[in-house]
Design a protein around this ligand. Structure first.
Ligand code: FAD
Length: 474
């Protein structure tokens, strides 16, 4: 039996899948396996839909396996807690689908292999970052079944958009837009013909969140973010509330930190708990009903800017390394200014503890610590100032990534690497040359005060952090 032929028969386009080893399909086995990793959802999950369609085509059952590893690069309790919420919800929901859910913890190769070796074939969602790609490659060599990766988590598959690293939003926009009509639909999960009636499998203490997460021996330095629970149903609530209360103002006010016109969907997108396609379709439908809503600016961020980040990490293997992640003009220009005297210099601990001279920067870092996010405009300011106040651009780049990935619930994402690199010139153009920053874009405190009611932003940060006195000068 041939994999490509099976996909043809069920009408799955070549651009959506990649066969990762040469193992043969074993039709004697009972189930198809989907190793869920980056797309932690049941709704609009192309990898899951394809797994289910193949299961129905071959009259097999469908199993999903999800493994909690304890050493996910840079993750800590804050991230695991959010992820756990989403997996718990899936675990409960799957009781009604006839799909068996297997939750394991520890070494992912050992755990997935046990189930993959007994499957007809194994599917997984596509990985974009280096660790995810290397896990899939390693697994493909260790298991007995075929491993097939299905493109998910972007509206248009990365390789369908472009076969190279794109320079900026203006070079990728057209390449994405030309596919949107065909790609903007939902991948529904078909009903399983051959339903499983065996119980799910999960670690003994799975039902007790704290016990379970502590048993993983993860980094416990940061507690969970209260009032920011993970999972698909929470993502849907956030999406609906955003559409009802904020979307109308997005175009005009999303840059304004004191107005807080943002969806807060990025952590859900990061864990794949909701798909960008589902969000885009919902936004489009709602905007057709309400003439006051212009969805274009939001869709530009959600689709174009986000998928530019995926393009970046997919095609630039040094996306997390200074200066390789940057365009030539920025590399050269920052290098010329590497020895310029800095007005202020801080080390990692001073940044981390919000101990700079700048009241607004410190507020942004407190927002980071206490809410797991920074408002997008303040995030740009935050990253730019780390470049300006570090001993050199390389240490600034590393500090910004370290803090972003440690504190942000949406950290360790393609957007994290693109966002930090943007502060150093990535996906941007050259501006007027100045000390320290060279030709990279400059942002300043007076701009914040001139454009926005910063006192309202500060009040919000004081409220969420419980800190009444923020360090630094206004
Ligand atoms: C220094 C720096 C670091 C960043 N780190 C991250 C990160 O770790 N994770 C992350 O998801 N985003 C990151 N961003 C991009 C951006 O700040 C966030 O995506 C956004 O603030 C998320 O909040 P939201 O979901 O409420 O955004 P909304 O404004 O509601 O936007 C909706 C969605 O559009 C996408 N989006 C919005 N702005 C951008 C952008 N500038 N670039 C790419 N996609 C965007 C996101 O997926 C976001 O969830 C970073 C930006 C900078 C400047």
């Amino acid at each position: 039996m041939n994999i490509e032929k099976t996909f043809k028969e069920i009408d799955i386009d070549k651009e959506y899948y990649r066969i990762m080893n040469n193992n043969n399909i074993n039709e004697q086995k009972d189930y198809i396996l989907y190793w869920m990793q980056g797309s932690q959802r049941l709704s609009d999950n192309r990898a899951l839909t394809v797994s289910a369609e193949v299961a129905n085509h071959l009259d097999k059952q469908l199993y999903i396996v999800f493994n909690f590893i304890s050493d996910y690069p840079e993750a800590n309790y804050r991230h695991y807690s959010f992820m756990y919420d989403g997996i718990k919800e899936i675990h409960k929901k799957l009781n009604n689908y006839g799909i068996r859910f297997i939750i394991t913890k520890g070494d992912f190769i050992d755990n997935i292999k046990i189930w993959a070796d007994k499957s007809v074939m194994t599917f997984t969602d596509k990985g974009y970052l280096k660790p995810q790609r290397s896990w899939r490659n390693s697994l493909s060599k260790k298991i007995k079944s075929p491993l097939i990766e299905i493109a998910t988590n972007t509206v248009v598959p990365v390789q369908k958009v472009s076969n190279k690293e794109e320079y900026a939003a203006y070079t990728i926009r057209k390449k994405i837009n030309k596919h949107l009509d065909k790609e903007l639909f939902t991948w529904n999960l078909p009903e399983l013909k051959n339903k499983n009636n065996l119980d799910h499998i999960q670690p003994e203490n799975f039902y007790n969140k704290n016990d379970f997460l502590f048993s993983l021996n993860i980094n416990n330095e940061l507690p969970e973010i209260k009032n920011f629970s993970g999972g698909y149903s929470q993502a849907k609530l956030k999406l609906k509330s955003f559409v009802n209360n904020k979307l109308e103002d997005y175009q005009e006010n999303s840059n304004d930190p004191d107005l807080n016109v943002q969806s807060n969907l990025s952590p859900y997108l990061h864990f794949g708990q909701i798909s960008p396609r589902e969000i885009a379709l919902f936004i489009k439908e709602e905007s057709e009903l309400n003439p006051n809503i212009n969805p274009e600016d939001f869709l530009e961020q959600l689709i174009i800017r986000r998928e530019l980040s995926f393009n970046f990490v997919y095609y630039n293997k040094l996306y997390d390394t200074y200066p390789d992640a940057l365009p030539d003009w920025a590399k050269k220009s920052l290098e010329i200014h590497v020895d310029d005297p800095r007005e202020y210099i801080y080390n990692k601990t001073e940044f981390e503890n919000a101990k700079t001279h700048d009241y607004y920067w410190n507020a942004a870092q407190l927002e980071h610590i206490y809410t797991g996010k920074i408002h997008n405009y303040m995030r740009m300011y935050w990253g730019k100032k780390i470049l300006e106040w570090s001993p050199n651009p390389e240490s600034a780049f590393n500090i910004a990534l370290y803090l972003n990935n440690k504190y942000s619930l949406d950290g360790r994402d393609p957007n994290s690497y693109a966002g930090v690199a943007w502060c150093f010139g990535k996906h941007d153009r050259a501006w007027q040359e100045r000390e320290v920053l060279g030709k990279t874009r400059y942002m300043n405190k007076n701009g914040l005060k001139r454009k926005f009611k910063m006192d309202k932003y500060i009040d919000r940060i004081k409220e969420v952090s419980g800190i009444s006195k923020i360090n630094g000068d206004k």
